[in-house]
Design a protein around this ligand. Structure first.
Ligand code: BG6
Length: 512
């Protein structure tokens, strides 16, 4: 839709700072299941406060926590306040807090009939007293084993039922399944209760400003697109490196591993955004259709023994701190086969990308925390320089830095000053922090607000989730037959097999 009528056409990916377009959620409330968990405490509750502080929540916004604790309203308020004070991005302001606290309620219960009947009664009461108008988002911040029970209970208690005047939505945290078959089953369970347009699956990477900037970079400019194909691109490297370990997260991570934890969702979404064709508009269906198309064309490169690598961190040094290996971390077995490092080679069977490998890697306890996408170009077809003159010249690259130091970097050759002709790599660096004064909202702020506003562009659909698993499944099956992952020292850049994986193709990993 190429409408020029800005009154009519509202870009779903529009700038939240754009004062011409108020993005204030209408009357509504949110119920958080798993409100005492880490995610809720560290991310969701602070994000709700930040939204309130920015004036983006309705006056009667109501936050309901559901859990087993025997908490009064005052206990819940104290818990939320502590989480907000510790984690909010924006300044703590007493009057904003007081308004939010007025609408904070806790419902004590298990996932049984009594608990949900109580919840239903509370929400009816809130609709009457706080003007939430029957509009409720249910945030499932619970392990996937509970999705089915919670959805069933929401249906049984009538809570899933929208009316002509009110909406009901479900927001779901990952992991969404552990392979394609289980993801499909989960989708069926959820979609049996909530129609797909009411389901908001969280991939918090899509809420990051720099991830949305991939679309701006590619589709708002003329500079990049002519080069964005197999004629000029040699390969693409997508890296998500973390310096943290897994202390305290065994319950979630053991048996899941790095590929399921972040490749299936965050890294494959990044691949889709970098590689997809231009959508007709940024309307959710058009955007998602392009992502689905590129994911459908994506598959692993074989043989997997040579095109993938996995590892597990051993003890080592993280900066000046001596750290233990995964097998010594509390809750992990000494024989654990869970990988903390995963790398794979994918291909996209399309005219644009034929023959261009996409190398994806992620790991815990690596050299430093960085997420970036490097589009690495082929060598110039002809060099009118001697080999000596270009000995220090690498491949040209466009590097999209997702975090930290958000920005875009271009790497190309330049003459070294002096009487001799010597060409060496230099960086041209765009930094968000220097170019813009506004601070970016946190991913969860953006995503919670979008869910309340019914804007689904930044949420993967059931089809995207299933396709991502279909890409990864053969690799996971192969690894499952391979015993223990290779050990790598904490604070390094991962197992030697990951370096060999690239060296075999005549390439090397970037050292970000
Ligand atoms: C989560 C993973 O999805 O992303 C974590 O489960 C990981 O293991 C986290 O640490 C990283 O998120 P961010 O936003 O800090 O890059």
């Amino acid at each position: 839709m190429a409408s020029t009528d800005t009154e009519q056409w509202v870009n779903p990916l529009r700038d939240v700072h754009d004062k011409r377009l108020p993005r204030i959620a209408g009357p509504s409330g949110m119920v958080i299941f798993g409100v005492t968990g880490d995610l809720a405490r560290k991310k969701l509750l602070p994000a709700v406060y930040d939204l309130a502080n920015r004036g983006l929540l309705p006056a009667g916004f109501t936050l309901v926590g559901f859990g087993r604790r025997q908490w009064s309203k005052a206990d819940f308020e104290a818990y939320v306040r502590e989480a907000v004070e510790a984690g909010a991005r924006t300044k703590f302001r007493e009057h904003v807090w007081e308004r939010l606290a007025e609408g904070a309620h806790f419902v004590e219960g298990n996932f049984d009939d009594a608990g949900f009947d109580q919840l239903a009664a509370t929400l009816r009461d809130m609709d009457r007293t706080r003007g939430t108008s029957g509009n409720w988002a249910f945030y499932l911040s619970v392990p996937p084993d509970y999705f089915s029970t919670v959805c069933h209970q929401l249906e049984r208690s009538g809570l899933a039922e929208a009316t002509a005047e009110s909406w009901r939505r479900v927001i779901i945290e990952k992991p969404f399944g552990h392979d394609e078959a289980s993801a499909r089953e989960l989708n069926q369970v959820v979609n049996a209760v909530f129609p797909e347009e009411s389901v908001f699956r969280i991939d918090h990477y899509l809420g990051k400003e720099t991830v949305q900037n991939i679309l701006a970079l590619r589709f708002a400019n003329q500079l990049f697109d002519p080069l964005w194909n197999s004629h000029y691109v040699d390969h693409v490297q997508i890296t998500m490196a973390e310096d943290i370990g897994l202390g305290g997260r065994a319950g979630y991570y053991d048996g899941i591993g790095a590929a399921r934890d972040v490749i299936q969702n965050h890294l494959i979404q990044l691949l889709a955004l970098v590689a997809m064709e231009e959508p007709v508009t940024f309307d959710p269906t058009e955007l998602q259709a392009e992502k689905v198309k590129v994911l459908r064309a994506t598959s692993p490169v074989y043989p997997l023994s040579k095109t993938t690598a996995r590892g597990q961190y051993a003890s080592g040094w993280q900066g000046s701190e001596q750290v233990i290996g995964l097998r010594e971390e509390e809750g992990f077995d000494v024989n654990s086969t869970t990988e903390t490092y995963a790398a794979c080679t994918l291909q996209i069977n399309s005219r644009r990308w034929a023959g261009v490998p996409f190398f994806l890697r992620t790991g815990k306890r690596l050299g430093r925390r960085v997420t970036e996408i490097a589009v690495v170009f082929k060598e110039a077809p002809h060099q009118p320089f001697s080999e000596r003159q270009t000995a220090s010249l690498g491949r040209n690259a466009v590097v999209i830095r997702i975090q930290p130091d958000e920005g875009v970097l271009m790497r190309f050759g330049s003459k070294v000053p002096g009487s001799a002709m010597e060409v060496r790599d230099v960086n041209m660096d765009f930094s968000y922090a220097e170019a813009f004064t506004e601070e970016s909202p946190e991913a969860y702020e953006r995503l919670i607000l979008d869910a309340l506003l019914d804007e689904s562009s930044l949420f993967p659909t059931n089809e995207e989730v299933e396709l991502s698993w279909a890409i990864l499944d053969p690799i996971l099956e192969y690894w499952a037959s391979q015993g223990q992952p290779e050990q790598y020292r904490s604070g390094t850049w991962g197992p030697a097999s990951a370096d060999r994986m690239l060296e075999r193709t005549g390439r090397t990993w970037r050292r970000p």
